[in-house]
Ligand binder design. Structure first.
Ligand SMILES: Cc1ncc(COP(=O)(O)O)c(C=O)c1O
Ligand SMILES: Nc1c(O)cccc1C(=O)C[C@H](N)C(=O)O
Length: 399
């Protein structure tokens, strides 16, 4: 135990990203490993929100749509997210929930594809909302959903495939899927690639432009720390924007919204991914939260994320008796996101007790303990403590 604690100390001392932790509101008594569900609060956000509420809303009122830049916030904040996911400017718009953006992206992909293609492949292991929404979208566009395990996605794409909706990192297992390979295979089959980045954006490089992704969606409340219910985003590759035909053509995506004409005319660019009035308070909290990324390279975040999950597993192996937990997250670095998922008997009771003892992960029923590692604020001593407390809890609870 002392050896691993010493090692954690050495790793934390050498960690260039360690200094970012002080930017977050965290308490020393808690190891927070649930940033893959709700990211921690960047400490400067409350002051910014006080200004938004008292001055921008309270004093400027309606003038803030122009003078405080409220109207253009969805594109402006999209451009802040862009470098984190490897996109050039002008391709990401922020707003609505991930679910709503899945709907826009799947319908738009179906409309962008050739008429004789009637299948939409969907990650069979997807977070449920993507599956539900894709199924409804497909019914509306006259397509058929084909559930496919991501490992078989490249092989499943064929002449009838219009598009595929795939998660970059699986919410449950933490498995990272092969975004470049699957995207290339879909393109070779003449289909479009739609990616859900909820569990990868802010945790690892995505390379949307470099890999030729067509459309993508993601949330901002996990590794981007935007806050509970912060707006999601939609990526539309520049080459698709002119033909992007939104199924939700609200007035905010109109070419001249304040003309208030009865006929719809889509705005140019990614603005056509907007729908109605943006949720400005959440959006501006997200914008402020993104300040923590100034000067941070996503490659460095990835390197630390892998080191953290490696070290956590090393500590689990050292402390937890063989057979009590089984990692369902792949060992191979290129198949892993930024979480470790451990299958465990009696998992609900184990997670409840972990949380009581200050180690906050979460449970995915029936038997998965999820531990998310956010490299900007989680350190190696946290990983060691989490594994140690897990071993103590398991020793105190019957198998
Ligand atoms: C992969 C994935 N997609 C979508 C969502 C959620 O969508 P929404 O933001 O609409 O709740 C989550 C998590 O909540 C998720 O993990
Ligand atoms: N979005 C969430 C919420 O509103 C409440 C509780 C959890 C969430 C989540 O984000 C869950 C998460 N997507 C997951 O991977 O399980």
């Amino acid at each position: 135990m002392a050896d691993l604690q010493k090692k954690a100390h050495a790793l934390d001392t050498a960690d260039e990203l360690g200094k970012h932790r002080e930017k977050f509101a965290l308490d020393a008594g808690t190891v927070y490993l649930d940033g893959n569900s709700l990211g921690a609060l960047p400490a400067h956000v409350p002051a910014r929100m006080a200004d938004v509420i008292t001055r921008e809303w309270g004093e400027l009122r309606i003038r803030s749509w122009d003078e405080s830049g409220w109207w253009t916030a969805p594109e402006r904040i999209g451009d802040r997210i862009a470098p984190i996911v490897g996109a050039a400017q002008g391709q990401i718009v922020v707003g609505d929930s991930t679910s709503v953006n899945v709907f826009k992206a799947v319908v738009a992909a179906a409309r962008l594809s050739a008429d004789d293609r009637d299948e939409i492949l969907v990650d069979a292991t997807t977070f449920p909302t993507d599956g539900y929404i894709a199924e409804s979208a497909a019914r509306m566009t006259g397509h058929r959903i084909v559930p496919v395990d991501p490992a078989g996605m490249a092989a499943a794409a064929g002449p009838r495939t219009a598009a595929a909706l795939v998660n970059h990192v699986d919410y449950r297992s933490g498995r990272r899927h092969d975004l470049p390979g699957i995207t290339a295979a879909l393109h070779a089959a003449g289909a479009l690639a739609v990616w859900d980045l909820c569990h990868s954006a802010g945790a690892l490089p995505v390379g949307l432009d470099a890999h030729g992704v067509d459309l993508a969606v993601g949330c901002t409340y996990k590794y981007l720390n935007g806050g509970p219910g912060s707006p999601a985003y939609l990526y539309v590759a520049e080459r698709h924007q002119a033909a992007f035909d939104s199924p939700l053509p609200g007035w905010n995506s109109h070419n001249d919204p304040f003309a208030m004409t009865p006929g719809y005319e889509a705005a140019a660019g990614v603005v056509r991914g907007r729908v109605g009035t943006p949720d400005i308070l959440s959006m501006l909290a997200l914008e402020a939260a993104l300040d923590v990324w100034d000067g941070v390279a996503i490659e460095d975040v990835r390197a630390k994320s892998l080191a953290l999950t490696d070290f956590f597993l090393e500590c689990v192996r050292a402390y937890v008796p063989e057979g009590r937990v089984t990692s369902v997250t792949p060992e191979a670095h290129d198949e892993r996101g930024s979480q470790t998922a451990l299958a465990c008997e009696n998992a609900p009771a184990v997670m409840a007790e972990l949380i009581k003892r200050g180690v906050v992960g979460d449970l995915r029923r029936p038997d998965i303990l999820r531990f998310g590692f956010t490299p900007l604020y989680v350190g190696f001593a946290d990983a060691e403590r989490a594994a140690r407390v897990l071993a103590e809890v398991l020793a105190d609870l019957p198998a």
